[in-house]
Design a protein around this ligand. Structure first.
Ligand code: IPM
Ligand code: MN
Length: 345
């Protein structure tokens, strides 16, 4: 296509600052003949304080008509926990059926990580995005009393599991190592765990070239730290994937570098790209936020829209920039400028 109609949701805290840098690099990397149209959506804590709204129907409807969404971060300590997360971020993931939450982890050069100097680490977590304990299926009885009972039911459908597992096999099959690891906890979560494993084995018959492995989630956390090179593609449920991808980010260069895509591969709705990190209210407005995770999320966005060469240009620029980082402080804006200059070159 020769135009990109992008929705931008900067959101809260450092979301504003990092998204500005993402757009700067996107503009710099796109060929002249690609027309970039953006529309900013004022959603997040400030909007909620002003109007009480998190994501009104009119805006949800308008968002549907974009090619993709770039999101900064959602969440603020002045808003009760869960209001914006459920009412905005998760609402978008559910409404647009973002069943693939794609979170690549790569050990970039010269990054401050406990794993520096280790063999190449390059894996991708395919986190289920629309089910598990995130559906809001639960409740509380006798709330606030000593006899309170709270449930939080993990919802797993064969349809939902099969489509994410199939997507993960496709990704594994197209990578050189062709290895797929299922992470769950089927020694305890026997109903969902066995369904995941059965579907994983069944779909695997269609991918004879893909080597498979299974790990319980607790064991997987050990290997993330001691032997991360054993992973190629990982498929896992929504909550396990949430936790594992923060760990993955921490051990491969820090949360300032971790990108993600909330993807609906059918194209029925726009996919949404965002850094894995949150709104970091403690450093908001100080210029300390690293925009690299957002800029790498822009690369995922471009790849999703078919701009593979441009995605690679961004990723190469980040590698080169990281290789030259020497610990000297650079502001959010300065990192954005440096990367924009590299991709434009
Ligand atoms: C993430 C975040 C979200 C999640 C929160 C903010 C709802 O932690 O994108 O990983 O749990 O998915
Ligand atoms: Mn998370």
């Amino acid at each position: 296509s020769t135009s990109i109609n992008l929705a931008v949701i900067p959101g809260d805290g450092i979301g504003q600052e990092v998204v500005a840098q993402g757009l700067k690099v996107l503009t710099a990397v796109l060929p002249q003949d690609v027309k970039l149209e953006t529309r900013q959506y004022d959603l997040g804590a400030q909007r909620w304080h002003r109007t009480g709204e998190t994501l009104p129907d009119a805006e949800l409807e308008a968002l549907k008509h974009h090619d993709a969404i770039l999101l900064g971060a959602i969440g603020d300590p002045s808003v009760p926990s869960g209001v914006l997360e459920r009412g905005l971020l998760l609402k978008l993931r559910f409404a647009f059926d973002h069943f693939i939450n794609l979170r690549p982890s790569k050990l970039f050069p010269n990054t401050a990580t406990p794993l520096a100097g280790r063999p190449d680490i390059d894996f991708v977590v395919v986190r289920e995005g629309t089910e598990g304990p995130y559906t809001g299926n639960g409740g509380s009885l006798r709330t606030g009393t000593p006899a309170e009972v709270a449930t939080e039911v993990s919802v797993n459908t064969a349809y939902g599991v099969e489509r994410v597992v199939r997507d993960a096999y496709e990704r594994a099959n197209s990578r050189p190592r062709k290895k797929l690891t299922l992470v769950h906890k089927n020694n305890v979560l026997v109903y969902a765990g066995h369904m995941w494993k059965n579907i994983f084995d069944k779909v695997g018959q269609e991918y004879p070239e893909v080597t498979t492995d299974y790990l319980h989630v607790d064991a997987a956390t050990i290997f993330f730290v001691t032997q991360p090179e054993r992973f190629d593609v990982i498929v896992t449920d929504n909550l396990f994937g949430d936790i594992l991808t923060d760990l993955a980010a921490a051990v491969t260069g820090g949360i300032g570098l971790a990108a993600s895509g909330n993807i609906n591969p059918t194209g029925a709705f726009p996919s949404m790209f965002e850094p894995v990190h949150g709104s970091a209210p403690d450093i908001a407005g100080t210029g300390k936020a690293d925009p690299t995770a957002t800029i790498l999320s822009v690369a995922l966005l471009l790849r999703h829209l078919g701009y593979e060469a441009e995605a690679v240009r961004i990723e190469d620029a980040v590698s080169a920039d990281l290789a030259e980082r020497d610990g000297t402080f650079r502001s959010t804006d300065a990192i954005g400028d440096a990367l924009a200059a590299r991709v434009a070159g």
